[in-house]
Design a protein around this ligand. Structure first.
Ligand code: SF4
Length: 382
């Protein structure tokens, strides 16, 4: 098992690049398929970073993450501009992890070399499926052939690490198809995998298809079976499930995402980006024009809330329980222990929770019910 070696105690920086080639059927992230606002948004992001870097209080950055949206559609010069600013404004840990999310159709060996030269250490490839008909249904901008080629290029680019995303629980997906997808992925020798069950978000094309009855998704039992199969295949292949949806070989756990799950502060730059300083949560407006204008004119382009003690505890439980390290009980306090004694005992008896070294952890069985167990442990809102 991975132990605590990959835990990340220092803050991270997130850049949200709000542009995509196409709108994927299931996606509710903030993005635009028009590049019309690219210049003002990037200029505003550089200004926002300069204005807000003090919030990190001089701590060295453990990780930088370019997410979105599709960061790989920016030119290396545009990405390099953001990287240079980050480097000039903040010290960077020696072993900082710098991740770029990329779509397979954007990958070339020239781009990979350019990304490495600006400091990218890790590429996260949005593969989702290796089947052409699935990619067409998802309205992805890439083909399966491009995925295979992109993975080969990324694997041989000399990066410190790389990862792919896959989706299960697709309409009509049988276990055999999911097994085939995992075999193909493992055949490429990836050191890290993020695998997500398809979820129906409002205001997506998928929501419309499901609500009008045009498609139906696998039921809970089938989804659980695919999840268990995923766990089994990854375990056999030597990838550790260090978070419910994330599997990695030793030394390849994602530092940036792990810091979110551990409640470490992070600074989020760009439209819709979230930030957390340990006490307050802040989120930028999910609109490119309003964001760029707000930054430029110095008007409010964000909302924020101060978390209550109980909200902070609930977040630690929700995110911590999903990880290999679980959640440390002592910092949750006496009130949490008293309020949840009976609930914890019940889940211990059901073999869905365990207590080890002062930490509360999900068992293999409990991983199927992570969200329900976490919400049963929630402290009441004030
Ligand atoms: S590429 Fe990613 S962010 Fe863009 S629409 Fe598709 S899933 Fe959403």
């Amino acid at each position: 098992m991975g132990g605590n070696r990959d835990l990340c105690p220092v803050p991270g920086l997130y850049f949200h690049i709000p542009f995509c080639h196409k709108a994927c059927t299931y996606c509710d992230f903030h993005f635009s398929t028009s590049l019309r606002t690219k210049e003002p948004v990037l200029a505003a992001m550089r200004k926002e970073l300069t204005t807000r870097i003090g919030e990190l209080q001089g701590h060295a950055l453990a990780s930088i993450y370019f997410g979105g949206g599709t960061p790989s559609l920016l030119s290396p010069q545009e990405l390099g501009g953001l990287m240079n600013d980050a480097r000039l404004l903040s010290p960077l840990a020696l072993d900082a992890e710098i991740t770029l999310e990329a779509n397979p159709d954007d990958i070339t060996s020239e781009k990979l070399a350019a990304w490495r030269s600006i400091g990218i250490t890790r590429v996260s490839l949005g593969i989702q499926s290796f089947r052409e008909e699935r990619l067409r249904w998802m309205n992805r901008s890439h083909t399966a052939t491009q995925s295979h080629r992109a993975i080969e290029l990324v694997a041989n680019a000399g990066l410190r690490s790389w990862t792919i995303d896959l989706i299960y629980g697709l309409p009509g997906m049988a276990l055999a198809e999911w097994d085939e997808q995992l075999s193909i992925a493992l055949g490429h020798g990836m050191p890290h995998l993020s695998a997500y069950c398809l979820t129906v978000e409002k205001r997506t094309a998928l929501h419309k298809q499901v609500s009008t009855g045009r498609i139906s998704l696998p039921n809970d039992g089938q989804q659980a079976e695919q999840f268990q199969h995923l766990i089994q295949r990854m375990e056999q292949a030597g990838l550790v499930q260090y978070e419910i949806s994330n599997f990695g070989r030793e030394g390849h756990f994602a530092k940036h995402n792990t810091s979110y799950w551990q409640g470490v502060p992070y600074l989020g730059i760009g439209p819709s980006a979230h930030s957390f300083n340990g006490v307050q949560r802040r989120w930028n407006v999910a609109n490119n024009v309003r964001y760029a204008d707000g930054v430029e004119q110095g008007t409010m382009y964000w909302e924020e809330e101060t978390l209550t003690e109980n909200q902070r505890i609930n977040e630690r439980v929700l995110t911590g329980l999903r990880t290999l390290w679980g959640v440390e009980l002592a910092p949750l306090g006496e009130a949490f222990r008293k309020a949840n004694q009976a609930v914890i005992q019940r889940y211990l008896a059901l073999d869905e929770l365990e207590v080890r070294d002062g930490r509360l952890l999900l068992t293999q069985k409990g991983k199927n019910f992570a969200d329900r167990i976490a919400s049963d442990l929630f402290m009441p809102a004030p």
